[in-house]
Design a protein around this ligand. Structure first.
Ligand code: AMP
Length: 417
């Protein structure tokens, strides 16, 4: 039997209502904040990601689905979307059309990671990007939007961790300081971290190795090296969050996996989904657009993993929503009435009434069972003597009350509900 590829998942009809609910919540939130949706292709030229995300990152070095197409062009299924959004921003000169572009997306992403709970190879992200301003209010807005969505879902075990990576100059200076510190411990580092020591030293903070964690506990911190402007930017972000009573903690070891961040970085972590606990992450990327060949333009954004958010909702037993019930199930007493029943169901659907009929020539009893299974609010019974007199029965399934109505009244059936 052919099965879905490891790390990919079907989203089946009995869970889709949760996805739709979540996506609607996101779209509604985005419209209140005046963000417009952007959709980019599933695949891009590989260089977009290697240049945009950084060669030394885990994503680019280990996780991308990259292949040559039939014209021998190296293409990659998008592992994240900021690089794609920025590519589109540059390609379509969006910055010329308006000074500040506020964008969001909901899209599948692809990374060849080791699958486990909360870690898939095809997963879905909702992401937000504000391109065109260095204003710290927008850094704060990212955190606020992400938090509001999670909070509105009813999630409780959330913590917001924020940090500032400052400007590249401070980071370069800091890398030397960190490297000086780590030289003493080099031999004790895990193999992965030994590699990071030369390729991407900040990422040693992300190591899950116990010994590495011990060593990094006493490491000097980037935040101590920030210049005055960066500190003031960070202070402004914090004061907006504090004003709005958004609970956050400063996590000076939060470096995040992508190379393009400057200033604010943040993550929102859930205490209810195990080790893959980050629900969302983001930050400012003032240099990315220039790096990808655009006119220097600052930006800030975040991405959140939908599967992880839904898993957190399940584990915390929130988002208790039911699939939509149908309004009317039409039961026919005689099989031959199908064409008539079909015509009537059509009239009902035009009135925006969710209607189902029997396509399987079921017995009357079985049709009633099906109406119950579908949670129909009403049943319309067509057939017998009533139908000969142009009448039908409307039965309210919650109190079993029945009304005898004329077929002509079907065009205004809502008034008899
Ligand atoms: P990142 O783009 O790595 O910052 O990830 C942003 C968010 O996407 C994470 O916080 C997760 O919620 C989600 N995410 C990232 N990678 C995966 C994955 N392999 N499977 C499921 N969700 C993921």
């Amino acid at each position: 039997m052919i099965k879905a590829i490891t790390g990919t998942k079907d989203i089946l009809p009995d869970e889709i209502h949760k996805w739709l609910f979540f996506e609607n919540l996101v779209r509604e939130k985005m419209s209140f904040y005046n963000y417009q949706e952007i959709r980019t292709p599933i695949f891009e030229e590989t260089t977009l990601f290697s240049r945009g995300i950084g060669e030394a990152t885990d994503i680019v070095s280990k996780e991308m689905y990259t292949f040559n197409d039939r014209s021998e062009v190296s293409v990659t299924l998008k592992p994240e979307m900021t690089a794609s959004v920025v590519r589109a921003f540059i390609e379509h000169s969006l910055g010329k059309k308006q000074a500040l572009n506020k964008l969001f997306y909901i899209s599948p992403m692809f990374r060849q990671e080791r699958p486990q709970a909360g870690r898939l190879r095809q997963f879905h992200q909702v992401g937000v990007e504000a391109i065109g301003s260095t204003n710290p209010a927008l850094d704060a807005e990212m955190i606020i939007i992400a938090y509001e969505i999670l909070d509105q879902l009813g999630l409780k075990k959330l913590s917001i961790k924020i940090n500032s990576l400052g400007i590249p100059e401070s980071r370069e200076k800091y890398k030397l300081i960190l490297s000086d510190y780590l030289k003493k411990y080099y031999e004790q580092l895990s193999d992965d971290s030994k590699k990071r020591f030369t390729t991407n030293i900040l990422r040693i903070f992300d190591s899950k190795d116990e010994k590495d964690i011990q060593i990094m506990k006493d490491a000097p911190l980037l935040i101590e090296q920030l210049d005055e402007n960066s500190l003031s930017h960070f202070e402004q972000v914090r004061s907006i969050l504090t004003n709005l009573r958004i609970p956050y903690e400063i996590e000076p070891r939060l470096v995040r996996g992508l190379d393009y961040y400057t200033h604010t970085t943040f993550e929102i972590v859930s205490g209810s989904i195990g080790s893959q606990s980050a629900l969302c992450g983001g930050g400012r990327y003032d240099l990315l657009i220039e790096q990808l060949g655009g006119v220097p333009t600052p930006g800030v954004g975040f991405a959140a993993g939908i599967e992880r958010i839904l898993l957190a909702c399940e584990n915390e037993e929130v988002m208790d929503i039911q699939p939509n019930k149908i309004d009317i199930y039409i039961i026919r007493l005689e099989k031959e009435l199908l064409p008539k029943v079909y015509e009537l169901s059509n009239q009902l659907r035009i009135q925006q009434i969710t209607t189902e009929i029997d396509y399987l020539d079921r017995s009357v009893k079985a049709q009633m069972r099906e109406a119950n299974r579908l949670g129909a609010k009403y049943v319309v019974i067509i057939g017998g003597d009533e139908f000969k007199n142009n009448n039908f029965i409307l039965k309210n399934m919650s109190n079993s009350e029945e009304k005898l109505l004329n077929i002509a009244q079907l065009t205004d059936i809502k008034s008899f509900f």
